[in-house]
Design a protein. Structure first.
Length: 251
């Protein structure tokens, strides 16, 4: 068992402060429920369905990547209130880490993916929302794409449009595909492959012209990794049960 205040104190020290980088989603405790936590549920995105799974699993708190968005303006709409009402009625705490879980150099999504592909992070990408990484031993494009398919569980969108040997990469999970005015930065950094979650319509031709390989494996699929890693850290630190609640999304 762990006290909610002790868990939040530990997470604040571990994850740091998002500052003004992420004004829309929570990076910390969004809704406080009961103080004593015997079981912590984790998941990717807040929703009534995920809340119901957490309560059914016997959890007193839920930690997610995408928390609850505030309504636009001062008026509290029913969509927002229904989610908050469920948390209140079930005394379920909601903790969210958005930017900080994208950015974190150890438990972050991008850092975890680069590590699992056998690479090391080098410098932050796009104001810290992702990372540049390098493979110690360059590998063929086909091998890296195959490893990604195994890692993410899907083939995803693969554009083999760049070098046949991969050393330098960018990983920015979720909705991370670049706009065309960002392509020159990738060219200047001699990136061999860009790995993300979602793909835009214009991406194929932009990467064709830039001669860079591209892979999109799904927003959900790429943003489980930080949640898993953070859950492992909490499990090792505290005497508390941690369970990942899978609510798959093909996007």
């Amino acid at each position: 068992m762990v006290r909610l205040s002790d868990l939040i104190g530990f997470l604040q020290e571990l994850m740091g402060d998002a500052g003004e980088k992420d004004p829309y989603l929570a990076n910390g405790l969004q809704f406080p429920g009961q103080e004593q936590i015997q079981k912590l549920a984790t998941g990717v995105s807040a929703s009534i369905a995920l809340f119901e799974k957490a309560v059914a699993a016997g959890a007193q708190a839920l930690l997610v990547h995408h928390s609850i968005n505030r309504p636009q303006g001062i008026l509290l709409d029913n969509f927002f209130l229904n989610r908050v009402r469920f948390l209140m009625e079930n005394n379920l705490s909601l903790i969210g880490y958005h930017y900080l879980l994208d950015h974190h150099p150890q438990v972050g999504h991008a850092a975890q993916i680069i590590q699992k592909l056998g690479g090391e992070i080098t410098t932050p990408y796009y104001d810290g929302w992702g990372w540049y990484g390098e493979l110690a031993n360059p590998r063929s494009r086909e091998q890296v794409f195959a490893e990604c398919e195994q890692l993410f569980g899907v083939k995803g969108v693969q554009y083999p449009l760049g070098p046949e040997e991969i050393k330098k990469m960018v990983v920015i999970t979720g909705k991370g595909a670049p706009y065309t005015n960002e392509m020159q930065v990738l060219i200047d950094h001699e990136v061999d492959v860009f790995i993300t979650g979602e793909v835009h319509e214009w991406v194929r031709e932009a990467f064709h012209e830039a001669k860079i390989n591209f892979l999109a494996a799904g927003h959900y699929n790429t943003e489980c990794f930080g949640i898993w890693a953070l859950g492992d850290v909490i499990r090792e630190k505290f005497d508390v049960e941690v369970e990942f609640l899978d609510l798959p999304n093909e996007v």
